[in-house]
Write a protein that binds this ligand. Structure first.
Ligand code: ZN
Length: 147
């Protein structure tokens, strides 16, 4: 049975170690409804959390697995989107008991998604994977050289 993932990433400020803490886990919060982008699993995070004065500083690493559709050849492929320098700070008051990072973490991953994903840098695209065109007018172009 698959383990149920948390859907929120919330820091309990009152319990935070004054020296700072590193938190790790997985949060399932990327629920994109896109034809070409399917997240699977949750966002894996490893974040350093520290309270400095009235500011909660959060820095660290995020990653999320996706099934994407290659913008060149149209094939599905899996990729891991990584954010190495997630950095946010939150103003804390006496009344703040929790800080919810969910939206910022989610947004950071989504903004890192490529606009035109490619399955590999070497992907030849549709034109070259398809059968060569029978039309031999194209072969005339082969002889042209550009000085
Ligand atoms: Zn491709």
């Amino acid at each position: 049975m698959a383990e149920e993932l948390e859907t929120k990433l919330v820091i309990d400020v009152s319990r935070l170690d004054p020296e700072g803490e590193t938190i790790e886990g997985e949060v399932d919060c990327v629920d994109l409804d896109e034809e070409f982008v399917h997240p699977f699993g949750g966002i894996r995070y490893r974040l350093d959390v520290q309270l400095i004065g009235t500011e909660l500083l959060v820095r660290g690493h995020l990653e999320q697995d996706f099934e994407l559709v290659c913008s060149r050849c149209g094939e599905d492929f899996d990729d891991t989107i990584k954010v190495d320098d997630f950095t946010e700070s939150y103003e804390i008051s006496e009344n703040t008991s929790e800080v919810d990072l969910t939206e910022d973490v989610r947004e950071s991953i989504i903004l890192t998604l490529p606009s035109y994903p490619v399955c590999s840098e070497a992907c030849p695209g549709i034109a070259q994977t398809a059968e060569k065109p029978a039309d031999d007018r194209w072969s005339a172009l082969d002889g042209i050289t550009v000085e």
